[in-house]
Design a protein around this ligand. Structure first.
Ligand SMILES: [Zn+2]
Length: 316
């Protein structure tokens, strides 16, 4: 027992010695060494600030049909490339720029590099990973009235592919690289009551089309508003499937499309202000009941139109 206490005493003394030794060692660092260490820490902090890229994305993992908002801090107008596509930027303040990258609903999933050139040899790259969406497959529906007019799933799918989509693609091919708008976007009809979701694949008898817009509930004759300032680039009275259609260029490659109107209130090449009435809700073309089919293209990419409005408005 006594022997045990002696051993414990030695252990405690040894431990205290170590602690004391460490403590005295710490206090023995000459003040000038600490002075030398301090500026180095500051230098590391400074370097970290300097190498932080002046770029931020609202998401680096967009899903198909999402919008990537690119913010760049720079005094020089940036340029960017993604998948061979050039992205236009506009200034929101003297040294803050915004660019919009639309991920097409049919974009291949996977990683691609976004290259941002800030001029004078300065550039940055960001990996953007496109995430696959699983689109629901629904029936391409028809009613007796449409069937009596000669609509079949086959001629709807072929007509859209060979006529409507060709004309619309042509209309959205060239655009102003500057935005027409300065303010946030608004909805084309109030309420956001969705009666046809974006992205559905509608099939019947081997024919299929992907629904690249959102169907919004509204009554026949309700006004349809331009979602922002822009210029009318297409007015079509006689599309067999899209019905009476208006396409508006908002600049930067952003276009809004309004389908199945009962009446069109604008003319081609007309300049528009946000909220101007461009037409009335209808049921023209391949449409089962009055509603507004609303689409947005960003540099040819079909994006979820309401998601587009929310993403842009969050950045403005
Ligand atoms: Zn639709």
């Amino acid at each position: 027992m006594r022997k045990g206490l002696i051993i414990l005493f030695f252990i405690l003394t040894f431990a205290a010695g170590v602690i004391f030794y460490d403590f005295s060692y710490e206090t023995e660092i000459p003040p000038e060494v600490i002075e030398e260490v301090q500026p180095e820490v500051n230098l590391i902090e400074k370097l970290e600030v300097e190498v932080k890229p002046p770029i931020s994305l609202n998401t680096s993992k967009p899903r198909q049909a999402d919008l990537v908002v690119i913010k760049v801090e720079s005094v020089i107008q940036p340029r960017a490339l993604f998948g061979g596509k050039a992205i236009s930027f506009f200034a929101v303040s003297p040294d803050n720029w915004l660019g919009f990258l639309g991920i097409d609903a049919k974009a291949s999933p996977g990683s691609s590099t976004l290259l941002v050139d800030l001029g004078e040899g300065e550039g940055f790259s960001e990996e953007v990973v496109v995430v696959k969406q699983s689109w629901p497959v629904t029936e391409l529906a028809l009613n007796e009235e449409l069937e009596a007019q000669g609509y079949t799933p086959q001629n709807i799918a072929t007509g859209i592919q060979e006529n409507e989509n060709v004309v619309v693609r042509e209309a959205v091919l060239s655009y102003r690289s500057e935005p027409y708008f300065k303010e946030k976007f608004m909805d084309p009809v109030p309420g956001r009551v969705i009666v046809g979701t974006f992205g559905n694949i509608r099939e019947s008898g081997g024919a299929g089309i992907q629904h690249l817009g959102t169907d919004l509930d509204a009554k026949k004759g309700d006004p349809v508003f331009s979602i922002n300032d822009g210029r009318v680039v297409l007015v079509k009275e006689d599309f067999l499937n899209y019905g009476k259609t208006v396409v508006i260029d908002h600049g930067l490659g952003i276009f809004s499309l309004y389908l199945h109107l009962s009446e069109i209130k604008v003319t081609s090449r007309q300049n528009l202000k946000k909220g101007e009435v461009i037409g009335l809700v209808g049921n023209t073309g391949y449409s089962l009941e009055p509603h507004l089919h609303f689409s947005v293209k960003v540099q040819g990419a079909s994006v979820d139109p309401l998601g587009f409005i929310d993403a842009v408005n969050a950045s403005l």
